[in-house]
Design a protein around this ligand. Structure first.
Ligand SMILES: Nc1ncnc2c1ncn2[C@@H]1O[C@H](COP(=O)(O)OP(=O)(O)OP(=O)(O)O)[C@@H](O)[C@H]1O
Length: 339
């Protein structure tokens, strides 16, 4: 199969300025030649084949968005190489833009004051899409993403879920072969999230669009991505099957309690797996252990709030990494150069 994306020892550094002091400090900062260089993407390498749906995951500040910005041509790499459909994104921007769609969950590419339909129309003109193809795509997206009821509403009046559906449709109006999605489900309720997940699954399967998705939602990964690439501190720590990643952690869930009556010195109950500000996380291996754990904790602690949660992606990765190094996971393709 053909590689659609090829990334080789990709590096991006940013200049970080120290705190300038005294008057005119903003101007001093602007013209200062000094400053340390901070490497936020550190020799990242991977290849992605046509039709793959990849989860690009990692903790906050890991370098995910910066990688996507280099893949989409918004940022120039410090060193290394990146090719998408054989093109160098930052050098062949115009041609590259015809092949890719990009959605940054926190921002919109739609015209804020115009009705959604007018944004689609303008994008159709910008990309020079033949009328028939434009109409077919719009009909298809309206149908699967159910845009009909707010197509004539100004973008500023849309809910987050409606705006995100609009943004995803806009990113695909010119039939790109590669789609970069940076947290498209952030802040969405369950129903809106599911609708977007279903849509992405459909276009990946039926149009064979290659998709690279960053997310903090384990649910997105489980439902959509066969393969995950995990980065932390700018380095790839894991590149392999998402199922394997999730299995490696088992079906562990957490009973999470909020309590201010807990002190480690006096505690006689089960050992928390994780202690966060105001939260204690107690892992259970099996759903049947949840109720007894809740009973035990409520006998021992004044509880303000209690939830049952799935592990965060970061927790899964930490566990996987620990087990791999203890020899527990055999077949994971863990990138060995980083500890
Ligand atoms: N223009 C910039 N100048 C300086 N530092 C930057 C710049 N853009 C990003 N960074 C830093 O690079 C690091 C990686 O940022 P990036 O946005 O790529 O992380 P991320 O993995 O997408 O995080 P999140 O999950 O929180 O969105 C962060 O420490 C961030 O502060």
């Amino acid at each position: 199969m053909k590689n659609v994306i090829e990334v080789e020892k990709l590096v991006r550094e940013f200049k970080v300025h120290g705190e300038a002091r005294g008057s005119f400090r903003l101007i001093k900062k602007l013209f200062s030649q000094g400053g340390e260089r901070k490497r936020v993407v550190d020799e990242v390498s991977f290849t992605i084949q046509k039709g793959e749906f990849i989860g690009y995951i990692g903790p906050n500040g890991a370098g995910k968005s910066t990688t996507i910005k280099m893949l989409s041509g918004v940022l120039v790499p410090t060193s290394g190489s990146v090719r998408v459909m054989g093109l160098e994104p930052h050098k062949q921007r115009k041609e590259h833009a015809q092949h890719i769609g990009v959605v940054f969950g926190q921002r919109t590419q739609l015209w804020w004051d115009l009705p959604l339909k007018d944004s689609f129309y303008l994008l159709g003109k910008i990309y020079n899409i033949p009328e028939q193809r434009y109409k077919e795509n719009l009909d298809l997206f309206c149908d699967i993403l159910d845009l009909g009821s707010f197509l004539h509403t100004p973008v500023r009046q849309l809910s987050l879920g409606q705006r995100m559906r609009g943004d995803i449709a806009a990113s695909l109006i010119h039939d790109p072969q590669v789609l970069f999605l940076d947290e498209p489900t952030i802040g969405l309720d369950l129903l809106a999230k599911e609708r977007i997940q279903d849509f992405l699954q459909t276009i990946n399967r039926e149009k064979k669009i290659t998709i690279l998705l960053t997310t903090h939602n384990l649910d997105d990964i489980e439902k959509l991505c066969r393969r995950v690439i995990f980065i932390d501190h700018g380095k790839v720590l894991f590149d392999g099957s998402s199922l394997e990643m999730i299995r490696a952690f088992g079906d562990k869930k957490y009973v999470v309690v909020e309590s201010n009556g807990w002190s480690p010195e006096r505690w006689k109950g089960p050992v928390p797996d994780k202690i966060e500000p105001n939260e204690l996380w107690f892992g259970v291996e099996d759903d049947a252990e949840i109720a007894p754990m809740i009973r035990r904790l409520s006998d021992l602690l004044p509880i303000h709030n209690l939830t049952v949660r799935e592990p965060k992606i970061e927790d899964i990765m930490k566990e996987l990494y620990k087990r791999t190094h203890a020899g527990g996971v055999q077949s994971t393709k863990l990138v060995e150069n980083v500890v």
